[in-house]
Design a protein around this ligand. Structure first.
Ligand code: 26W
Length: 782
């Protein structure tokens, strides 16, 4: 360990010399990485030893995605040597920031769900709790997005070859996974796949704890293949399992490869957990907790049963008791099209024994329901297997001891609507755990300038106890604090401009309001409403010479699933409007549009700190929680949004006067949906402004006509605007006006900003993880 800058410089220079001695940043990056890894290794070994000796309960967080982001900077910070290294390198003529940029981003996730898993791992280690990630080592992460002629195009991403310093292959811990096979009289003729773990260290902030993220890679097995199977085909199918991440975050496609991935990672993780159990298997729940991140790993439930029954030789009742005391489930979405449902033929062919167990779980549960004289409708809803389809969410609820939603509103919707019957059946299982974000990555690391200002003002205790950010409340009307905060924001805005360059060919106005909408593209997230509103501003500036609004720069960022045509057309529409707006010498004095290509964690680290306004405009009831909303808030941006997901709790904290809230409430939306009483056409007919805007859109008059809006048309017209874009439009436009008016009053605005930062501590994932630990996992700090 290098405790001083001088020691670091000495060691670094020596190693650089040994490695060839040139001044190439590439070499410096490699040398630094190797040094850091050595530092981590000592703590890692020590932590593992302590876990083993103490036999303390371990949590395993099963997730098909871990969107960890770049590691070098965060790891240096968590090791407590960021500043030493940064200054040491500077004195040797290197820039740490530049070296950090060399690291490819491991894009092992789509969005919110995967990023949440990464924040949770960071918090577990920071709180010194024994919790580890289990997932897949995808060779290719999420695609890289390029915007070409305004259209999204997808390119493969290769992250893996430069990650050597952060992972270690554990050949010795390889396990074998059985696929296919014939069931009776015994399971025979399986195709085995080798699962090789790659372990990554998860470093606790300045506390010596290093937990593990274990990612499994699929390789061909040495076991004989069944006679009918062609080797080449087998080899290809095997490599495909950990080849790439599925780029969908809301539409289930029912592909066999996806199911293979799920079973592969669950079986490998469970086999390992049971093999290394420090106690008799009958004490499993006292030593192990398994959290499944959405239903993607729900197959862990019958797989654990299989191992307990067939390998450990337990009876059904006992195996079921142990399973349902070990596994707990988090739901992340209520969108119907995102609910995982597997065709039973697919399951029974791929994992016949597991399917047999699912059938038995279903049979027993149905018998119980019948005994209770459950009504037909409820019975159907609660069937795990219904009409040849296996509903993974039902399996997950029945097979776990706790079930949670990710924000209060979302949990209430699960209880009262989506899972009403299951909630009645298992009311004790349901609980809420509002999401959180790692304040270490999203505030301290991403915004050191704000971090310094906060620490200068309230001391540094908040870093360990982020709730203490509320000590900032006393500065809400302090003029000099406001000035300092404004200056920090300006610095971050300038840095963002350096990062993204220009808006088209025209420079971005650093004094304009930075209004930022970054997240995956989806109908319910309503990027369409945002761009329609911008177009309406454009029209007004053109037509009304007295309308000269305060300058605003609208930033967009996000990817669309490759098959999601509607979302792709919205991206194109935004870029088409952008190129028109940014070219127009009159309009661009007032509005600019920037589409940030390839939005990912690294871009997020630049965008969140620079925002004045946080666009959180989902159709109320559709966004389970959102976590970007929290990242913005913590960096002093003001939420402009609907009362959806965790926005509700943000507004509860800061007060309505410190946010810009608009639109229908979730109850209203759900009523309109239930009674099918919304008619988009009525809204258009009642508003001449909207009618004109729609006519222009539908006639392709937003731009040069290069955009195809067939899917947008279909959505707004034929499908009657399912996400209520038109219905909420006027209220959205009004709240924008209020926001701009508020910005003009500096004391008011920066007071709001302070308030948001001061109230953001509760949204640290440290709080979330502590709650999970206290109420669900019962872990002990080591
Ligand atoms: C293709 C199948 C599929 C379906 C759903 C893949 C991925 C999903 C995820 C559940 C989508 C997701 O990321 N949900 C988001 O989870 C976040 C963390 O809890 C929430 O903050 C977001 O509101 C929610 O959309």
């Amino acid at each position: 360990m290098f405790h001083s800058k001088e020691k670091f410089k000495e060691e670094f220079a020596k190693r650089l010399e040994q490695a060839g001695g040139n001044k190439e940043p590439r070499l410096a990056y490699a040398v630094l990485g190797a040094m850091v890894r050595e530092v981590v290794e000592e703590d890692w070994i020590r932590t593992n030893k302590r876990y083993k000796e103490s036999e303390t309960k371990q949590l395993y967080y099963f997730s098909i995605e871990f969107l960890i982001g770049r590691l070098l900077g965060q790891n240096l910070y968590n090791l407590g040597i960021f500043t030493i290294v940064q200054e040491g390198l500077r004195e040797l003529g290197y820039s740490l920031a530049e070296l950090e940029e060399m690291e490819p981003e491991p894009g092992l996730g789509n969005g919110g769900l995967g990023r949440l898993a990464a924040c949770f791992l960071d918090s577990l280690a920071a709180l010194q709790l024994p919790g580890h990630g289990c997932g897949i080592r995808y060779k290719g992460g999420l695609f890289t997005q390029r915007i070409e002629d305004g259209f999204q195009t997808e390119y493969p991403t290769d992250w893996i070859k430069e990650m050597g310093n952060w992972e270690i292959r554990r050949e010795d811990l390889t396990v074998e996974i059985p696929f296919y096979g014939r069931l009776h009289p015994h399971l025979t003729d399986m195709e085995w796949v080798k699962a090789v773990p790659y372990d990554m260290p998860v470093i606790g902030a300045s506390n010596g704890t290093v937990n593990t993220l274990r990612l499994w890679q699929a390789e061909i097995s040495e076991r004989p293949l069944p006679a009918h199977k062609d080797f080449e085909e087998y080899a290809m199918e095997t490599a495909a399992i950990s080849d790439r991440l599925y780029p969908n975050d809301s539409l289930v496609t029912g592909k066999i490869l996806r199911l293979k991935q799920q079973y592969f990672m669950c079986s490998a993780s469970l086999q390992t957990i049971l093999k290394t159990l420090p106690c008799p298997v009958r004490q499993l729940p006292a030593h192990v907790a398994i959290q499944i991140n959405d239903t993607h790993p729900a197959i862990a439930i019958p797989e654990l049963m299989r191992i307990l029954l067939d390998v450990e030789g337990l009876e059904w009742e006992e195996a079921w008791y142990l399973t349902t005391q070990t596994i707990s489930y988090t739901n992340h979405t209520i969108l119907g099209e995102a609910m995982e449902k597997w065709d039973s033929h697919l399951l029974s062919a791929l994992v016949p024994r597991v399917y047999e167990i699912i059938q038995e779980i279903d049979r027993r549960f149905k018998a119980q329901l019948q005994e209770q004289q459950c009504k037909e409708e409820a019975f159907k809803k609660m069937s795990i297997i219904d009409d040849g389809i296996v509903k993974m969410a039902v399996l997950a609820v029945v097979g776990s001891y706790k079930v949670n939603g990710v924000a209060q509103l979302h949990t209430d919707i699960l209880k009262n609507r989506e899972m009403k019957e299951l909630y009645r059946q298992f009311s004790g299982k349901f609980h809420n755990k509002t999401n959180g974000i790692s304040h270490r990555r999203w505030l301290i690391k991403a915004n050191p300038e704000l971090t310094n200002l906060i620490t200068e003002s309230i001391g540094q205790e908040w870093i360990k106890k982020p709730i203490l950010l509320n000590n900032l409340n006393k500065f809400a009307i302090d003029a000099s604090f406001q000035e300092a905060l404004k200056a920090v924001k300006q610095t971050k805005k300038n840095q963002l401009i350096d990062h993204v360059g220009k808006a088209g060919n025209s420079p971005i106005d650093p004094l304009s309001i930075f209004d930022i909408h970054i997240k995956r593209f989806h109908g319910y997230k309503r990027q369409l409403m945002n761009i329609l509103h911008i177009q309406s501003l454009y029209d007004r500036i053109k037509e009304d010479s007295t309308f000269r609004p305060y300058p605003r720069t609208f930033f967009f960022g996000g990817k669309a699933a490759p098959g999601y045509e509607f979302a792709k057309q919205v991206i194109k529409l935004i870029n088409a409007v952008a190129s028109k707006v940014n070219k127009d010498p009159l309009v661009r004095k007032h509005i600019h549009i920037v589409f940030v290509e390839d939005y990912n964690v690294s871009h997020g680290e630049k965008l969140f700190p620079a925002a004045d306004v946080s666009e959180q405009i989902s159709t109320a009831s559709k966004e389970a929680s959102g976590t970007g909303n929290m990242k913005f808030m913590m960096n002093g941006a003001i939420t402009l949004g609907t009362l959806d997901g965790a926005n509700v709790e943000i507004v509860e904290r800061v007060g309505k006067e410190n946010a810009f809230i608009f639109g229908l409430h979730s109850q209203q939306i759900m009523q309109l949906e239930k009674h099918k009483s919304y008619r988009a056409q009525d809204v258009i007919e009642q508003s001449p402004e909207l009618a004109t805007l729609m006519a222009r859109l539908l006639h392709g008059e937003f731009s040069d006509g290069s955009e195809n809006i067939s899917f947008i048309r279909k959505q707004l017209v034929d499908l009657n605007d399912p996400y209520f874009v038109l219905k909420d439009f006027q209220s959205y436009a009004t709240v924008h006006e209020e926001m701009v008016a508020a910005y003009a009053n500096s004391a008011e605005w920066w007071g709001m900003s302070v308030k948001n930062i001061a109230e953001s501590g509760v949204f640290s994932s440290d709080r979330t993880i502590q709650q999970y630990s206290d109420e669900v996992w019962h872990l002990e700090k080591i």
